[in-house]
Design a protein around this ligand. Structure first.
Ligand SMILES: Nc1nc2c(ncn2[C@@H]2O[C@H](COP(=O)(O)OP(=O)(O)OP(=O)(O)O)[C@@H](O)[C@H]2O)c(=O)[nH]1
Ligand SMILES: [Mg+2]
Length: 233
């Protein structure tokens, strides 16, 4: 089992995160240009370290996915907000063939684990995602598992915070079964970078809104029969 950890300056969190990896799981830590000791710490703890200098959450995830080799791959944040020990429950659903994409629905353990503005933004985007896909999902959380080859086949393009949403929208187009189950969400270790800051949340909302719009336009194109005159014009 390969687990991809997008990592930007998570030296303080990595020892706990990698220590929670279940037996038989291999960590692929994608160092996204960290200026701290993240890469060395990860390597010292036995992780495969991939260096991806192009910034962005999606950029790191894509680099990890390209490097993965196991039949089923999983994603998990490296900031200790989620527990890798909860991965096997998601992975098992994929391995048993019950679903094609297993998502972790974050359940905050404390109020401070999930700032209110981030929670509201996530809820609003999840509602739009439900409308766009019909999947009964409540979260766009980053912890997830899927078969590697079909996932690589989706050829995801987003290199920023829209990556998790693009995965769901592309899975929908490809006719995948997508399901979520609860995972714990705790306060991150280290300084907040995205949803803990208003600016990060705004960028995430913009990226995701663009994807949702494109998905709707794409659906319309599929639904409406092509005028043969226009098609040849
Ligand atoms: N923000 C950010 N995170 C990255 C990047 N590349 C990799 N990551 C990692 O992606 C994971 C998720 O990013 P976080 O910064 O935790 O984003 P978040 O959970 O939305 O917000 P906070 O936890 O409040 O910072 C972490 O493990 C980061 O270290 C990047 O370019 N930007
Ligand atoms: Mg986080």
């Amino acid at each position: 089992m390969d687990v991809i950890f997008p990592t930007l300056n998570e030296a303080g969190a990595l020892p706990w995160v990698l220590g929670r990896l279940p037996v038989g799981y291999r960590a692929i830590v994608v160092d996204n240009g960290s200026t701290d000791d993240s890469a060395a710490i990860a390597a010292g703890l036995g992780a495969v370290v991939v260096h991806e200098p192009r910034r962005g959450f999606g950029s790191a995830c894509a680099a990890g996915l390209a490097r993965a080799e196991a039949p089923v791959v999983a994603f998990c944040d490296a900031d200790a907000s989620m527990d890798p020990a909860q991965l096997p429950a998601l992975v098992a659903r994929v391995q048993r063939g019950e679903t094609d994409l297993a998502l972790g629905r974050r359940r905050a353990r404390t109020l401070s684990a999930w700032p209110v503005h981030a929670r509201l933004a996530n809820r609003a985007l999840a509602l739009l995602m439900r409308r766009a896909t019909g999947y009964p999902l409540h979260d766009l959380g980053p912890m997830r598992a899927a078969r590697r080859l079909p996932l690589q086949g989706l050829d995801l393009q987003d290199r920023r915070s829209g990556f998790p949403l693009e995965m769901v929208l592309s899975a929908h187009r490809a006719g995948w079964r997508v399901e979520e189950s609860d995972i714990d969400y705790a306060e991150r270790v280290g300084r907040s970078k995205v949803t803990g800051t208003l600016r990060g949340t705004m960028v995430a909302i913009r990226d995701m809104s663009t994807l949702l719009r494109a998905h709707r336009v794409g659906d319309a194109a599929v639904d409406s029969p092509v005028d043969p005159d226009e098609a040849t014009a």
